[in-house]
Write a protein that binds this ligand. Structure first.
Ligand code: ATP
Length: 514
């Protein structure tokens, strides 16, 4: 369902209508790329964060957590390269007055060419049927070769221009490729300029250069500057990791994609410290472990893919993204980066403090290398919403919207519903509610016909509805309705907690480290 704008709009309006995500300060007309999480959104977000945290910190003996401050010493961002290099090349269309990331315009153009290649291959597969040899076709079809040649040439020129900071050539490339503004359709572009993405503010009451601090653009640096604190106080032995979740801030240029690209967002990052020279094996380990975690959420595997970076960031010697097929197409969800000793080495240099580890097995000290896994919490949230949102036509001709949120992440785990608001059924339902609420977030609802109450729970993704009816009063049984199949079973009250708990278990277990 690539690039399905309609679906994307529906997800956004569903998220608002059902209390998942609201535009920030909406009564003042909102703020671009800033959002608030509503009553169900905050639960889903907390559940995703907890699921990640457990997978990292609880299931790995050699990973510990951290909660560093958002404000950091300004020199941190000099050392990390963010003051000088955390720039996006931007370009404005003079007719629509819209601003774009120049690199995204070229990448979108490349993606279209790649789509053309795939279309050719699909067409040929249909033509040739079983006899189709895909590899041979890709290597010999003149059209495919032509597209691929073009892709290769554009990439070579584009990445060289970016690396050299040759913005004039990026602009020339955009012009030569005939890239038009998606809004105005015109090619009337400004020059390409660099734009630093960090927000700055003043610490204390005196303004001036010396008091300027940045809102962190990534959580990783809080981990690097605490590397020795954690290693020493926790007596950690390499290899080990430090995990952290928290807010990050970027003054994004292109900010029109709901919670995909926000100016204030949350990251879940883990920096894994390893011996120099062993980083590639850990890079591979974490690539595959992180993908296994995503698959364990119960979303079909074909929704995810790796994208290996050709142009590496200034700090990396290998990098890959895990991309997810959002309603707006395949886009980055998580990055796995081999960051070498770039960060620790630079902090050592800028701070004048040694950031080395004494390796008792090797009997030597070194600055460790780092493999990072960095995932956006809000993007994971959006991935879950995109997968979950389902419109169904039922056998009786009616329609329902059901959020097929993985049960362990669902905001509300069970709804307890008295069939009618009399005859002692509400009291009985309250008893069940009381027995479940200390273990699971449950919701009691007695308003409206039972069918409407089921629909409300479907719309927020509640895996189970427990209905108390007159039979309950005589034999202590209830009906339990499962969200996806809508199947109802009659079970005894004692079984409820067990059924819920089984469905909420994760099936992620890390593979043993090498
Ligand atoms: P992009 O290329 O989409 O701007 P990035 O490569 O700059 O992302 P990283 O610096 O690798 O992103 O950050 C790690 C993760 O943080 C990303 O994979 C993404 O999930 C999340 N992230 C980054 N920027 C944003 C943002 N503006 N809004 C929401 N999540 C973000």
């Amino acid at each position: 369902m690539a690039n399905n704008e309609e679906l994307f709009k529906k997800i956004i309006s569903h998220a608002k209508e059902y209390g998942f995500v609201f535009p920030s300060s909406e009564i003042y007309d909102g703020m671009s790329a800033v959002y608030d999480y509503g009553q169900y959104g905050v639960e889903l977000k907390n559940n995703i964060r907890e699921c990640w945290w457990k997978a990292m910190v609880q299931y790995h003996e050699n990973i510990v957590g951290l909660d560093a401050a958002i404000f950091m010493h300004p020199t941190v961002w000099k050392a990390s390269g963010h003051v000088d290099a955390f720039n996006d090349p931007m370009i404005d269309n003079k007719d629509s007055k819209k601003r774009y990331r120049a690199d995204v315009l070229v990448e979108d153009y490349l993606a279209k060419l790649e789509e053309k290649v795939e279309k050719e291959v699909d067409k040929a597969a249909g033509r040739f049927g079983e006899a189709f040899n895909e590899e041979q076709y890709r290597n010999t079809s003149p059209k495919v070769l032509e597209y691929n040649g073009k892709i290769k040439d554009i990439k070579a020129r584009f990445y060289t221009a970016l690396e050299r900071g040759d913005l004039a050539d990026v602009k020339a490339l955009i012009e030569e490729l005939g890239i038009v503004c998606p809004l105005s359709g015109s090619r009337n572009w400004t020059e390409v300029r660099q734009f630093n993405l960090m927000f700055s503010t003043q610490l204390g009451s005196v303004s001036g250069e010396a008091n300027s601090v940045y809102l962190r653009p990534e959580t990783a640096q809080g981990i690097f500057v605490n590397f020795l604190n954690v290693q020493k106080s926790g007596r950690m032995k390499i290899p080990f990791g430090i995990a952290q979740t928290g807010k990050a801030f970027r003054n994004e240029i292109v900010a029109r994609q709901f919670i995909f690209r926000m100016r204030e967002f949350e990251q879940m990052e883990m920096q894994f410290f390893v011996r120099p020279g062993e980083e590639m094996k850990w890079y591979e380990y974490w690539k595959s472990e992180r993908m296994r975690w995503h698959h364990s959420l119960g979303i079909p595997a074909e929704k995810y893919r790796f994208h290996d970076h050709e142009k590496l960031a200034h700090y990396a010697n290998a990098a890959a993204d895990i991309e997810f097929e959002f309603a707006i197409g395949f886009k980055e969800l998580e990055g796995i980066h081999s960051r070498t000793d770039f960060d620790l080495g630079n902090h050592q240099q800028y701070s004048g403090k040694k950031l080395q580890y004494f390796d008792p097995e090797l009997n030597e000290s070194y600055v460790p290398y780092v493999v990072e896994t960095s995932i956006g919490l809000d993007r994971t949230f959006l991935a879950i919403l995109s997968h979950a949102y389902t419109e169904e036509r039922l056998e009786d001709g009616s329609e329902r919207v059901v959020m097929r949120i993985p049960p362990m992440l669902a905001p509300i785990k069970a709804a307890v519903l008295p069939l009618v608001k009399k005859d002692g059924l509400p009291e009985k339902a309250r008893e069940i509610m009381d027995s479940l609420m200390f273990d699971y977030l449950c919701q009691y609802d007695e308003k409206d016909a039972i069918g409407r109450r089921y629909r409300r729970q479907d719309a927020i993704g509640t895996p189970y509805c427990i209905t108390v009816d007159h039979q309950t009063l005589t034999d202590n049984t209830v009906t339990i309705r499962e969200r996806d199949s809508m199947k109802q079973d009659r079970i005894s009250i004692e079984e409820i907690a067990d059924i819920i708990s089984k469905r909420l278990k994760t099936n992620y277990k890390p593979l043993p480290a090498m």
